[in-house]
Design a protein around this ligand. Structure first.
Ligand code: PPS
Ligand code: ADP
Length: 270
């Protein structure tokens, strides 16, 4: 017998460019339990023939419940279309490119150049830029230390979702604290978090000052500005440091360095 979830999966496969045989066998191997249209329970056997024990509440099968932070009695929902299936569709591997550095160091410029370069190669990237995310999702956050930490935590979680979608997610934020960046790294499987440090001296960033923010900070009109009267902790073990002759100094050369890294590590194929 095929469970309802698997039936809809088969339906999807007719309309989609992938065939049933392309669906991740790990997902389909264990046929999931379901509730029939009439609300009566149907239950499928695991590969080894045993029936998983699940509690039934109002006709819905319930797995183990968890508490995460302040969220009590929550349950992780599975779907038989998994990351590996999405990656095959996109012919790439989902990952997070985390671009960190001072204001004016060129994070947004290199993020955009990288995204363009990926697009030209037929690869799907998406940029999460600190400035932009603060216009919406993180508009409630200031620049005090705990709000910066929350900013990075939320973007780290969103970036993880994008990577799970199979997308090459380019997160471009000052992210001044090492511990916050390391926490984001720990959310992803080994290798899937690529930390890119914009290794550009403060004097250069300040001379660029495209938004006039350093000038305001020096004049005391912005308090707690990174690099002036707020800390920036450079990475100790990043995957890529940009801003040196070897990794290129123009935005396109820098982007090419990152693309080269992704190619070498196999992220530009499924
Ligand atoms: N106090 C202070 N310190 C640093 N930056 C400031 C500040 N106030 C406003 N801005 C503007 O906010 C942009 C940085 O946002 P982020 O979300 O990347 O910052 S952080 O990661 O939470 O530290 C940053 O953008 P970039 O210049 O692109 O880095 C600034 O335009
Ligand atoms: N590799 C580079 N070389 C020279 N200037 C650059 C480079 N990358 C960016 N810039 C310039 O520096 C300024 C800051 O770049 P931006 O990408 O906005 O930095 P950030 O996002 O880190 O604040 C912009 O005026 C941009 O044109």
């Amino acid at each position: 017998m095929i469970a309802a979830g698997a039936k809809s999966l088969l339906g999807l496969s007719i309309a989609s460019p992938i065939g049933v045989s392309d669906i991740n066998p790990r997902s389909v191997g264990v046929v999931r339990c379901c509730v029939s249209m009439e609300g009566s329970q149907t239950m499928s056997h695991n590969k080894n023939g045993s029936i998983p024990e699940l509690k039934s509440i109002n006709g819905q099968k319930q797995g183990p419940l968890s508490t995460v932070g302040n969220s009590t009695n929550i349950k992780w929902q599975e779907c038989s279309v998994e990351k590996v299936d999405r990656q095959r569709l996109l012919n790439q591997k989902g990952c997070v490119i985390w671009v960190t550095g001072l204001s004016g160091s060129g994070k947004s410029t290199v993020a955009c150049a990288l995204n363009q370069m990926l697009y030209q190669k037929g690869k799907l990237g998406y940029i999460l830029d600190g400035d932009n995310v603060r216009h919406g999702l993180n508009r409630d956050l200031s620049f005090k230390a705990e709000d910066r930490a929350e900013n990075i935590r939320r973007v780290g979680e969103v970036a993880k979702l994008f990577a799970d979608a199979g997308i090459i997610c380019i997160a471009s934020l000052i992210s001044p604290y090492r511990v916050d960046r390391d926490t984001c790294r720990s959310l992803l499987p080994e290798g899937d978090f690529v930390e890119v440090f914009m290794d550009v001296p403060l004097e250069v960033c300040e001379a660029r000052d495209p938004k006039g923010l350093y000038k305001l900070a020096r004049a005391g009109k912005i308090k707690g500005f990174t690099g002036i009267d707020d800390p920036y902790e450079p990475p100790l073990n990043c995957e890529i440091a940009l801003g040196h002759q070897e990794t290129g100094t123009s935005p396109m050369e820098m982007a090419a360095t990152v693309v080269g890294y992704l190619e070498k590590k196999g992220y530009l194929q499924a």
